[in-house]
Design a binder for this molecule. Structure first.
Ligand SMILES: NS(=O)(=O)c1nc2c(F)c(F)c(F)c(F)c2s1
Ligand SMILES: [Zn+2]
Length: 259
């Protein structure tokens, strides 16, 4: 198949190759399927999300975040590589200006048009999310690839409200949403030790990348692209290509739950 060069003009956030002093476990990476090591002891990921913990959506100037009340253990992920439950803090996406690219991780160099990140923090070891993002086992992020296909019914509730957070720093109430509807039905995943893909880029993330993508349709992705990086009154810049370039694997092994 033809490989499209991603000559995207990256958001200033990612334009420079931000050197993380001593960065040895940066994200995202290309997942080489044949190099990943099957780990039969890895159990399926268990998510228990309470839709009542969903608070609001806000445009923070590089993605839109759906934020959750993380003051209790009502919405958690556990199992797999995680030694204890991690609390859901927020989820967000990364996408491209067109359907040829947009994901952060790739699979044998295959790029997807978008990628979902469900961000959780280690509430057994740290008191707050802000503290956890600075610690090596502080976060667990579930990554889900999006591919172009059939309309995603459950995602539409979120897509319909996005115009209300079109501008940077806008926030809108968003209640009663269970993000497990955005997970694929197949439990297979890869897992590896990595980092945040946006500043502060801290090496605090246990990545859990679901093997199967979910399907969304063209019109749903088009609404993502109608969001703006810019605030009201500023010259409008569409929020697209908000993904970080691939980072070197260095001395890491990707584990898989399947052969
Ligand atoms: N793309 S990501 O690695 O999942 C990810 N990055 C960040 C980040 F830089 C933050 F400052 C932050 F507060 C987050 F919640 C996330 S979540
Ligand atoms: Zn992300």
């Amino acid at each position: 198949c033809s490989y499209k060069l991603r000559n995207v003009d990256l958001h200033p956030l990612w334009r420079t190759t931000i050197d993380v002093p001593g960065g040895s476990r940066q994200s995202p990476i290309d997942i080489r399927v044949l190099d990943s090591v099957f780990h039969p002891q890895l159990t399926p990921i268990r998510t228990q999300y309470d839709p009542n913990t969903c608070l609001h959506i806000w445009n923070n100037g590089y993605s839109f975040f759906v934020e959750f009340d993380d003051s209790t253990d009502k919405s958690v992920v556990s199992g797999g590589p995680l030694e204890n439950p991690y609390r859901l803090k927020q989820f967000h996406f990364h996408w491209g200006v067109n359907n040829d690219w947009g994901s952060e991780h790739t699979v044998d160099s295959k790029v997807f048009p978008a990628e979902l990140h469900l961000v959780h923090w280690n509430c057994s070891k740290y008191r707050t999310f802000e503290e956890a993002i600075m610690e090596s086992n502080g976060l667990a992020v579930i990554g889900v690839f999006l591919k172009l296909g059939k309309h995603h019914e459950k995602l539409q509730k979120l897509v319909d409200i996005l115009p209300s957070v079109r501008y940077k720093d806008s926030l809108t109430e968003f209640n009663y949403f269970d993000p497990s509807c955005l997970l694929p039905s197949c439990n297979d995943y890869w897992t590896y030790s990595g980092s945040l893909t946006t500043p502060p880029l801290t090496e605090s993330v246990t990545w859990i990348m679901m093997k199967k993508p979910i399907e969304v349709d063209h019109s749903q992705l088009a609404v993502f692209r109608s969001l703006l990086y810019t605030a009201v009154g500023e010259e409008e810049k569409n929020m697209v290509d908000n993904f970080r370039p691939l980072q070197p694997l260095m001395n890491r092994t990707v584990l898989s739950t399947f052969q």
